[in-house]
Design a protein around this ligand. Structure first.
Ligand code: CP
Length: 312
């Protein structure tokens, strides 16, 4: 594995290898992550052209736990504001002996473009990790979601998983769907209004529901999504109250799922829009553990790509 750009087509064995490697970084019995020298002497460049709280910070923590030197490029204060192109920026950072680029960009495909450019210019020693590109993919979020599900549910082959909300604009939903189907989850449901579900979901092997109460019946895992207004280009949106009435996860709706169902959310949450605080802060929510698991999962991805932990 040279780059991690998407979960689409990622073999099942590779996904399990990443999850197992992540487990090896977590001390038994707690969620502490050990410091290891796997990326000592390597430079990881965080290039976040779009805002982030969880992903950027956990990549920085993960890089430090792997003993890498981590450089957070301040995009707003960089020479991209003077018109320097994305690929010229990449070439200049590669000339500073970058070993890995962690890239978030609002344009779908930007990390793929960078990876192709590095390969075309024979800079094959530099790795690219997609930290979220437009509405396309967010593979490390998908993988940390799989880690979370495996942590709480142990197996994938007996689960029903529901993904609820704005699937159309969600890179997380796409990465989750690819990973869940590869891992053998027999029933993946998507629940949302027609206007927020993309075409072609049948080809991805998922069941579509427009009625949330029907879609939540008997599920083991609920993954809630935020309305991604920043990707809607001024489309006519339902009001927050209207959306919450039909697609908000309340305690009453959660009771339709299995009694031991877990509630996940990639964050950031909009309380009172897609999720009630009583659920977000309730005993079935595993939203903050997801964030913590993201450190070990990102360590696993970076060490497999650029470290000495073995080949995937
Ligand atoms: N889940 C996620 O990508 O959150 P951030 O945008 O805060 O990184």
């Amino acid at each position: 594995l040279q780059h991690l750009l998407t979960t689409e087509g990622l073999p099942k064995a590779v996904i399990h290898h990443i999850l197992d490697t992540a487990s090896s970084f977590v001390s038994i019995g707690d969620r502490e992550v050990k410091k290891v020298p796997l990326l000592r002497g390597k430079s990881v460049f965080n290039l976040f052209f779009e805002n982030s709280t969880r992903t950027r910070t956990t990549f920085e923590i993960a890089s430090k736990r792997l003993s890498a030197d981590v450089i957070n490029l301040n995009i707003a204060a960089s020479s991209t504001s003077k018109g320097e192109s994305l690929l010229d920026t990449i070439d200049n950072l590669a000339a500073m002996h970058a070993d890995m680029f962690v890239v978030r960009h609002s344009m779908s495909g930007a990390p793929f473009l960078i990876a192709k450019h590095l390969n075309d210019t024979r800079q094959n020693h530099v790795h690219v990790v997609n930290a979220g590109d437009g509405r396309h993919a967010h593979p490390t979020q998908g993988l940390l979601d799989m880690y979370t599900i495996r942590h709480y549910k142990k197996e994938f082959h007996n689960l029903t998983v529901a993904i609820v909300g704005d699937v159309l604009h969600s890179r997380v939903a796409r990465s989750d769907i690819h990973a869940l189907t590869t891992l053998g989850v027999p029933e993946v449901r998507v629940i949302g209004p027609r206007t927020l579900l993309p075409g072609g979901l049948d080809q991805l092997g998922v069941r579509t529901f427009h009625n949330m109460d029907e879609g939540l019946k008997g599920v083991d895992v609920i993954i809630m999504l935020r309305l991604q207004n920043e990707r809607m280009n001024g489309a006519l949106l339902p009001s927050a109250q209207e959306y919450f009435k039909h697609y908000g996860l309340t305690p009453e709706r959660l009771a339709l799922a299995k009694p031991d169902a877990i509630v996940m959310h990639p964050g950031p949450m909009n309380r009172g829009v897609e999720i009630d605080s009583a659920v977000a802060d309730g005993p079935q929510a595993v939203i903050l553990p997801q964030v913590t698991f993201g450190i070990a999962v990102r360590m696993a991805v970076m060490s497999i790509l650029g470290g000495n932990s073995g080949e995937a």
